[in-house]
Design a protein around this ligand. Sequence first.
Ligand SMILES: Cc1cc2nc3c(=O)[nH]c(=O)nc-3n(C[C@H](O)[C@H](O)[C@H](O)COP(=O)(O)O)c2cc1C
Length: 219
Amino acid sequence: MGHPNRILILFAHPALEKSRVNRHLIRAVQGLDSVTLHDLYEQYPNFHINAKAEQDLLRAHDLIVFQHPFYWYSSPAILKEWQDLVLEYGFAYGQGGTALRGKKFLSAITTGGSEKAYCRQGHNYFTIRELLAPFEQTARLCGMDYLPPFVVPSTHQITQPEQIAHYGDAYRMSLVALRDGTVDWPTLRQHKTLNAYLAQILPQVSSPVMQPEIAPHGQ
Ligand SMILES: Cc1cc2nc3c(=O)[nH]c(=O)nc-3n(C[C@H](O)[C@H](O)[C@H](O)COP(=O)(O)O)c2cc1C
């Protein structure tokens, strides 16, 4: 095996003290070897993002994770500001803009809405994967390899500590597998979510809310 994939988690939650789910997910992956946790609201409470420092961080990692609650079908505001300032022409795209080429990209999100609400018949009409299109296409434009997202749905229904712990375990195991490269990439790509893939390869992390689902062709 080659060197482990170095993982950078760009974490965005504007009110971590009120978070139940993201706070736990963060705790579950804190201290993992080769995983750098970068809390954007903590680092930049006034949104004065240091683009150069962020670009250096990106260069030093192989897998970039955007972890955040889903807010208005997107991310909390600081992550948009981060994209606007850090993904510069000549760094991330355009002439000479090859710094991110070949890296992998993962969205790790928590949603108030249930999985069922995210479909044509549901409240949210669009699927989560469709709504993540700006992130996916941004990653593509930068030459990155976009992975199926890690999704914790129905956060308001997650009330038991075991349920939260379950997602924390799934998140940690997902990052460990991605870090160590013990992932069957073509099979992963057939799944709607990283957690669904994980539930298939590690049945012990399966649960009623995490049944494996094979995405229809082309998704
Ligand atoms: C400003 C705001 C916007 C939100 N928008 C959405 C949304 O578009 N879709 C959704 O499913 N949940 C939405 N939610 C619910 C959050 O995603 C949910 O509370 C969060 O994922 C829970 O994670 P936490 O415990 O770490 O805060 C929104 C919540 C807030 C405060």
